[in-house]
Design a protein around this ligand. Sequence first.
Ligand code: TXA
Ligand code: MG
Length: 333
Amino acid sequence: MARIIDIHAHGAQDAAIDALSSGQCVAIPTETVYGLAADATNGVAVASIFEMKGRPRFNPLICHVDGLKMAETIGAFDPVSRKLAEHFWPGPLTLVVPRRVESDIHDLVTADLDTVAIRAPDGPSRAVITGFGKPLAAPSANRSGRISPTTAAHVSEEFADRDLLILDAGPARVGLESTIARVDGNRIILLRPGGVDADQLAAISGLPVEQAQANGRIEAPGMLESHYAPDAGVVIDVTRCPQAAALLAFGPDDGNGNGNGKDRSGASEMRNLSPTADLAQAAANLYSMLKELDSGKPSLIAVEPIPREGLGTAINDRLRRAAAPRDQENKAR
Ligand code: TXA
Ligand code: MG
């Protein structure tokens, strides 16, 4: 049985550290989404993450650290990567850097790549990492290809049948996975849009930011097409809700169930990501509202247009994948 414990409850963090030390997975809150964490140096523990998620082993994991000092024991930071880490950590930025050969991170974590993805998450889980003293490998705490969890209850729904300790710190503040970036000479390659946007990366680094090209090789399987998928079909950029679809709206309502030229009258059910058209609020609500609409078992979830700027880039990236055609080949794990 999954067990939810308040991360600030007496003994909660010690219980998590004990479980991690004995090779078990623990679900931890971060400011982006909840993660399914294990000791990154313990191959058996890391293998159990893949097994619980049903995730292919060619898909590498992010190492979570408590700060730059721990990060530098596993990855080699060039000056720009270091500057980005100093500015954005703790926070929703994952940096891909060359892996240190002497580091004892297990090969399963990096899927045998010679790079490693590292981030320092914000919030009370940092103290757990410090207490544990080693990096934690953690993907989002959902079964593969499905919507990432932004609350402890979401995690326990995904893993209800498993013996799993879930630390609860309330709803995730950002609500979307971290930005993944790699410094490549005089430019920055954006592997996955997320809580830190391209303009912020460019401003701090002074370098141009380029989108990663999907070249057949998996650089960040957020790049695999279908991902973050609810059970219902998803259509995006909808301004006139089809009859009987569940509607994920964005922006103000005119009081008659319609919004700014958008026809919401066909909706069987509606959630509004942000009635004030605030992108941070929309990001924080995205996954939980998708799950709420999906639980009514509609055949279709229609999503109104979200501006493609700032955090809207990451929101549209996730929505596009939720709407992508699904088949086993294509489904990200
Ligand atoms: O916000 C987040 O990043 C959350 C929380 C739990 O920290 N984690 C998360 O992990 O989203 P996951 O496993 O769902 O996504 C990690 C992504 C994958 O797309 C993976 O391919 C990529 O990171 N990745 C890991 N190591 C990499 C590497 N060495 N090079 C390129 N991409 C890498
Ligand atoms: Mg994930």
